[in-house]
Design a protein around this ligand. Sequence first.
Ligand SMILES: Nc1ncnc2c1ncn2[C@@H]1O[C@H](COP(=O)(O)OP(=O)(O)OP(=O)(O)O)[C@@H](O)[C@H]1O
Ligand SMILES: [Mg+2]
Length: 344
Amino acid sequence: MLGINIGIDLGTTTTIIYVQGKGIVLSEPSVAACDAKTGKMLATGNKAYDMLGRNPDSVRVVRPMKDGVVSDFTVIQSMLIYYIQKICGNKIFKPNVILCTPSSVTELEKRTILDLATASGAGRACLIEEPLAAAIGAGLDISHPCGTLVVDIGGGTTDIAVITMGSIAISKSIKVAGNALDEAIIRHMRRERNLLIGEVTAEDIKKRIGCSYLRDEELAVGVKGKNYITGMPAFFEISSTEVYLAMREQIETVGDAVHSVLEITPPEMAADIADRGIYVTGGGALLRGVDIMINRKTGIATTDADDPVNCVAKGIGKALKDINILYDNGYIFKTREETSGSEE
Ligand SMILES: Nc1ncnc2c1ncn2[C@@H]1O[C@H](COP(=O)(O)OP(=O)(O)OP(=O)(O)O)[C@@H](O)[C@H]1O
Ligand SMILES: [Mg+2]
């Protein structure tokens, strides 16, 4: 194939771009700022993220991915055009682009993202399931007939997959992940403390003192928000126990989903998983004690992958290096004509 190979992990929270021969060249929030009247894109990534909750009416700040799939087509197209142009400049041959999707997207959602990629400057595009790429990126050997269980906890979705012989055998994708934890903290503060906080503050609290189980030693952090009753700015302290209790239901849901995948895993592969352990990837793996929580739910040793946020992008990179990994497992690059005309 002519043209350079690019991997794009278009996540609900973070967009990470891998270029063959260069490695990861970009890692920025999946946020865009657009002119409210004309729709023209004004900023993407970090610059747009800094505007979240601080934008005037004339600027619309959006997260164009929701629950792992495209929710704002126009904005995603503008972002893809911008990134592909930035990477390829005026190269004669259009790039080949691999993108990720959660494991349980519909055929329509798959075709939409392929169409968007080829309409945005990709010569050919191919999709790979996120947990499969995450497993490759985590350095797991998935080519043999042996079951491996990967839990990718992102911003919009938690993807749980049992992988064997380079393919997904069983998978489950739930819309409970990092963003749901942030929303739970916001709801808790409003209901229990009459305090309004924004999504950036809630995420910051989660990252600083969030934990997946009730820890013995308590942490606390000072937070700025707004009093719901008086409408005045407020400064308050919140403890790790309170944050845990706010997020508990969502954390339990993730643990229960892993349990339910194990329940339907055939015995031989379940035995492999018991031997090899469970691997956690995605930004959610950085929440303290996720490994302990999953271990308590399942009784199986659980490990957080190294550099979990970049596992998917690194996995796409490895697949691009050895493109046969993709071909052998039926992943095909398609041109614009082929994606628009395909009936799958
Ligand atoms: N230190 C941390 N502690 C807790 N959560 C964290 C930490 N760092 C990142 N996260 C969370 O990880 C999530 C982002 O993870 P990731 O970048 O893997 O998601 P994504 O790939 O964009 O989303 P998806 O795969 O669902 O489309 C966010 O909710 C973020 O708040
Ligand atoms: Mg992801």
